[in-house]
Design a protein around this ligand. Structure first.
Ligand code: 5GP
Length: 288
């Protein structure tokens, strides 16, 4: 049998401190789960940044949930093909989704609406109106690698990320969808969307067309809405009015818009953006 390497007394002391920290972190999380302060999706998210939680056994987490004892936890794990010693960090993406859906309140899931269309058509104005005026909607904040415009704030308009951070998020499977658009990358953080839906909120994603196609592939529940300009001339003048784009970026966007407009037929619903309030009302009606 291999003999474990002997530890110095300093290494042994460090290991003991680390183990005590991990035990405390796990006990704290379990207490919060027991009292309903944290739900299963919260813990799965926390596990991404906290190694002590990532190493917690799935069985421990399930048994801490209100109303779930050892027997029910074992039955759920068997049904979802999660082996008994599996730790949170070892869960696959489907197992995570199945666990979240297992404990969501029945009949309270919100609707997922995807608002797409050519760049410059006015999607973000519609999304802002919904964010301001509709309590039962949650509008996702995207991540992007492009630089903030002068009036944009990090965490409000976008999460502005470096290329490296965006790569890291992709590797962590943190995005529901992501796409390249006009020289930058844009992505929808998955966790917020799932949390809002499971809390019964309707979720609005305001994204470009390639991202909408990805959502269609992964989510059967999504309703895809295409926002169309009243005319081509209208779209051109909207893009010209946007002083923040460089001339190169603007001409690239116009070129792109031609192919984007052809994608309307892939969507569930097409709405012409002649009045913002009309579009808002149509989206609210689709979610009800
Ligand atoms: P802008 O740079 O003008 O804010 O956005 C450029 C384009 O990216 C717009 O068409 C906008 O809808 C889209 N977009 C914003 N966030 C996301 C996202 O999370 N995913 C995808 N696929 N597109 C996004």
């Amino acid at each position: 049998m291999p003999v474990p390497p002997a530890l110095t007394s300093k290494q042994r002391a460090d290991a003991l401190v680390k183990a005590a920290h991990s035990r405390r972190a796990r006990a704290d999380i379990k207490a919060k789960v027991k009292t309903g302060v944290l739900g299963i999706s919260d813990v799965l998210i926390l596990a991404k940044s906290e190694p002590a939680i990532a190493k917690m056994r799935v069985s421990e987490l399930l048994e801490a949930l209100p109303g779930v004892g050892k027997i029910r936890a074992a039955a759920i794990m068997e049904r979802l093909a999660i082996s008994t010693p599996r730790r949170i960090q070892g869960l696959g993406i489907h197992q995570r989704a199945e666990l979240i859906s297992e404990f969501k309140p029945v009949g309270h899931r919100g609707r997922l609406l995807v608002l797409s269309g050519p760049g410059g058509v006015g999607k973000s104005t519609v999304a802002s109106r919904i964010r301001e005026a509709r309590d039962n909607f949650w509008v996702s904040i995207s991540a992007t690698t492009r630089s903030p415009r002068h009036n944009e704030k990090d965490g409000v308009d976008y999460f502005f990320l470096s290329e490296e951070e965006f790569d890291r998020r992709i590797a962590m499977d943190d995005f529901l969808e992501w796409a390249q658009f006009a020289g930058a990358r844009y992505g929808t953080p998955r966790a917020g969307v799932e949390k809002a839906l499971s809390q019964g909120k309707n979720v609005l994603l305001e994204i470009e067309i390639e991202g909408a196609r990805q959502v269609r592939t992964h989510s059967k529940e999504a309703i895809l809405v295409f926002l169309e300009p009243p005319s081509w001339e209208d779209l051109v003048s909207r893009l010209k009015a946007r002083g923040s784009d460089t001339p190169e970026r603007r001409s690239h966007r116009l070129e792109l818009a031609t192919s984007e407009l052809a994608a309307a037929k892939e969507f569930d619903v097409v709405i012409v953006n002649d009045h913002v309030e009309k579009v808002v009302d149509a989206l609210v009606a689709l979610a009800s």
